[in-house]
Design a protein around this ligand. Structure first.
Ligand code: TYD
Length: 204
């Protein structure tokens, strides 16, 4: 068995409920005896968390937003993700580059080629081993968002923005079915856990 760890990402529109399942994924892997590092984007490092504060709360140009996402991502890879994988840990991240395609391309309308160029520069071919995409219809996500705490800059966007984000995520899942698994996040937490457990088993 390879000593290199695996990289798992969780994605979905705000309100899909992915954060609820992050701890379950980590616990499941730990029960298999893995060292697990749980992290998030934007963020995951001291610099990345500082950038997250700006990204979530300061108004900015869409290209600036995209560049800051990738600046945070480069630091995240260099400082945390790649070293953890190299020592054999499994890394579970709440969002990664699929979110840039969904939000900055789908949501904001930036050309996918620009994101692909940054992805090639920053990741040099690196990609998640498994991505869980939590998918819900827009009205369900909207109801969950409004029940949650104070909205950040993204969560204040219109329904049409989240429809585009969702569709961009689903397009990516269709293009990369071996990596991205779409989960119907309207199911009960228990049903989702069963499905997630099966996917993780397949990765072991
Ligand atoms: P989120 O992951 O939803 O955290 P929380 O559950 O604490 O609200 O918030 C991160 C926000 O950042 C989310 O609205 C999506 C956005 N985002 C992008 O627009 N592009 C990206 O590349 C990433 C990683 C996140």
């Amino acid at each position: 068995m390879s000593t290199q760890g695996r990289f798992i990402t969780l994605e979905g529109v705000d309100g899909a409920g992915k954060s609820t399942h992050l701890g379950f994924v980590a616990d499941w892997l730990r029960q298999q005896g893995r060292e697990v590092v749980v992290t998030r984007e934007p963020g995951g490092t001291p610099l990345g968390e500082t950038l997250r504060e700006l990204l979530l709360h300061r108004e900015m140009d869409a290209d600036t937003e995209l560049l800051l996402m990738f600046a945070a991502r480069r630091q995240h890879l260099a400082e945390l993700i790649l070293p953890a994988l190299a020592r054999g840990a499994w890394v579970v991240s709440d969002r990664f580059t699929d979110a840039s395609y969904a939000y900055q391309c789908g949501g904001r309308g930036i050309a996918a080629e620009r994101i692909a160029a940054l992805e090639a520069w920053v990741q040099r071919g690196f990609a998640p081993d498994l991505t869980l995409l939590f998918d819900v219809p827009p009205e369900v996500a909207e109801a969950r968002r409004s029940a949650a705490r104070t909205a950040d800059r993204f969560e204040r966007e219109a329904d049409s923005f989240f429809n585009r984000v969702r569709n961009a995520y689903l397009d990516r899942a269709r293009a990369e079915p071996a990596r991205i698994h779409v989960l119907d996040a309207r199911q009960s937490i228990e049903a989702l856990r069963t499905e997630i457990g099966q996917l993780l088993q397949g990765l072991a």
